[in-house]
Design a protein around this ligand. Sequence first.
Ligand code: NDP
Ligand code: OXD
Length: 304
Amino acid sequence: MAVLYLSTPERGAVFTLAFAEHLPEVPFWQGRAEDPAAVRYLVAWTAPEHLAEAYPNLRLIFSVGAGVDQLDLAGLPPSVRVVRMLEPGLADQMREYVTLGVLALHRDFALYLDRQRSHLWQAAANRPSAERRVGVMGLGTLGQAALAALAPFGFPLAGWSRSPKAIPGVECFADLDAFLARTDILVCLLPLTPETTGLLDAGLFARLPEGARLLHAGRGRQLDHAALLAALDSGRLAAAMLDVTDPEPLPAGHPLWHHPRVILTPHVACQTRAEDAAAHVIAGVRADLAGAPPPGLVDRERGY
Ligand code: NDP
Ligand code: OXD
């Protein structure tokens, strides 16, 4: 029984050391399986083709990212389960990114960057945080971490998820319309599934208050980019900050590159730290060997 690692070599070197130190009884192969039939665990971003034939005894795929939408969950052999990346650094970084983005949108940062480029020294009116309602779509590991980070600023906070939640200091919604109607800064931290693909569209923007703002750090395919541009140009949305787009990067000349009320970051909200990622995979292999579910096990039916 062995682990096959098929991701970046630099991180692989860290994994090799971690496995040698903490799980020496399980062979760890980087890049190529010495014995494909012995591969029980795969660490990768995407699954290789013809998985069932290549690794007939595979049990678990560990995604090197928190998202698992890059894997064709429905097409995997039924005996193979998927584990998403759950390492504490991801939530720490998302706390920072969402705080940065919400404050930037709250304090009109895109507007002032644009005015600086035009050498225009001109103020807009500040609005108190108590009058700027923030709503987070997705109340999982990252959504809840982001909301906790926002708590000290005094924004009225809300969240929306599939299943009901009770989070102190956060108004939790299952009804999307009611959630959108009270949201001035919308933060998207949803996984990409068939239900969330294209969710951020003109119809959704129309249900937000006029002049609302969007912070998107989920997945690019959740956003209708043309609808966003139309909403910004009509004033329905006042500004947007995007960490994810479709495609990534955007093509040269795409209007989002230079829109005056858009801030773009190149999918950097979170970056997995190799040491912590290796510890998460080792914990998952240990759990599986002990007959327990590994932390971060994905529900294949649900898609996340
Ligand atoms: P989790 O699985 O912990 O949480 C997902 C949340 O989304 C849950 O609250 C879930 O609801 C909710 N949800 C899923 N589908 C729906 C739906 N159809 N309607 C309403 N709510 C829904 O995921 P994480 O918090 O760990 O990560 C979220 C996503 O963030 C990742 O999948 C990835 O796409 C993105 N990400 C982006 C990064 C970046 O750098 N930009 C970095 C890491 C992740 P419920 O609680 O009811 O299950
Ligand atoms: C992830 C990401 O899914 O970086 O980890 O987006």
